[in-house]
Design a protein around this ligand. Structure first.
Ligand code: WQD
Length: 340
């Protein structure tokens, strides 16, 4: 069964490609290499023994999208990761985000609509909930006005998919990720942030690797157990596996609605200091950090109610926060050629 994975060389995309191959899917990877390298294909091959077909396509080029679907007319589904994801950059350059995240989605759906089989998995984000009123967050919690153009592209993306599914045979699952972290336990693939990481875990591992002097912990007087923000950090391999289950659900017509939404998190909230301590425990390294002012736009806490994903998808996380930190650190050491 042939599946296209857009952004298939990125962090979550590459891990999902591995899990798809493990389940016997024939994967066609689409990526424009704007935030990934072709070398990721070798990592995928090292884990699975199979190098997927790679199409270097920029989804902003409509003609390229049209030709891709003509060439691969026997596709069974599309998992769509390709998108820009830096919150700050989206504030600086909103039109880039609307073009990259919305324009490309429209082109993909236009072509998918012409296909006999039209299963679509969309990468959404817990950012759609903003600061939810109660924890843990269920899928029917209110969607809040977006805090950034990036967040807005995820909300608009979900709405576009609902509108199209309403009038076509497209069926879709919207996966709202909490905070994806870690790396493949083999250390063959992982996260490769460009420049200075904005996200917590890559900043931690780069600091421990000596690339950054110290970590700034943004805010220490939040109303949480230790004053730092609470998030739901989910191992990327657990996240990847949920995509395969969601895709199979659509392909096998087991879905209950044309568009379904699932939270993907662990169900457990961790503070920034707890993440640091988990890292220190598994790495045996002391992490230099200082407490600084809050980062504008951060919500106080966000963690998932995973009951719907557990019950309906039959999916459960298998990795702990410590596992995720161990794997993130193993990956960082590998790419920096650090011995221990
Ligand atoms: C986690 C916690 C920070 C860096 C963002 C996007 C979201 C998403 C994932 C994207 C927060 C704190 C961080 C640092 C710190 N989607 N922190 N020092 O903000 O929960 O979510 O990334 O693809 O849409 O908003 O993740 O990893 O940036 O931050 O103290 O140097 O770590 O304040 O509490 P966030 P994050």
């Amino acid at each position: 069964m042939k599946i296209a994975v857009t952004g298939g060389l990125g962090f979550i995309g590459s891990h999902t490609v591995v899990e798809l191959i493990a389940k016997g899917f024939e994967v066609i990877v689409i990526d424009n290499l704007s935030n990934a390298s072709e070398g990721v294909l070798d990592g995928i091959k090292a884990i699975t023994g199979i190098k997927p077909i790679f199409e270097k396509i920029d989804l902003r080029e409509k003609e390229a999208v049209v030709s891709f679907f003509k060439k691969h007319h026997d596709l069974k589904g599309v998992i769509h990761f390709a998108a820009s994801k830096a919150v700050g950059e989206s504030v600086e350059n909103p039109l880039l985000y609307y073009e990259n995240n919305i324009g490309t989605l429209v082109y993909l759906l236009q072509q998918l609509q012409q296909m006999p089989e039209a299963s679509f998995i969309f990468s959404s984000s817990c950012t759609v909930y903003g600061q939810a009123v109660s924890m843990p967050i269920t899928e029917d919690a209110a969607v809040q006005p977006a805090m950034s153009p990036y967040g807005n592209t995820k909300q608009i993306g979900e709405e576009i998919i609902r509108d199209v599914a309403n009038i076509s045979h497209i069926k879709a699952i919207l996966l709202r990720y909490f905070n994806p972290v870690g790396a493949h336990p083999s250390a063959e693939i992982g996260e490769l942030p460009l420049g200075v990481p904005q996200n917590l875990v890559p900043f931690i591992t780069q600091t421990a690797a000596g690339l950054r002097k110290e970590l700034s912990v943004y805010g220490s007087d939040y109303p949480t157990s230790d004053g730092t923000c609470v998030r739901d950090y989910i191992h990327v391999v657990d996240l990847a596996k949920a995509h395969v289950i969601a895709l199979e659900r659509l392909i096998n017509n087991q879905h209950a609605e044309k568009v379904e939404t699932f939270n993907l998190g662990t169900g457990t909230g961790s503070t920034v200091l707890e993440v640091i301590h988990a890292f220190e425990k598994v790495s045996g390294k002391k992490l230099p950090y200082k407490l600084v002012d809050k980062r504008p736009g951060d919500v106080i806490e966000a963690y998932a109610d995973t009951q719907k994903a557990n019950d309906v998808l039959g999916w459960k996380t298998g990795f702990s926060l410590e596992d995720a930190m161990r794997d993130a650190w193993r990956w960082e050491r590998k790419i920096r050629a650090i011995e221990n």
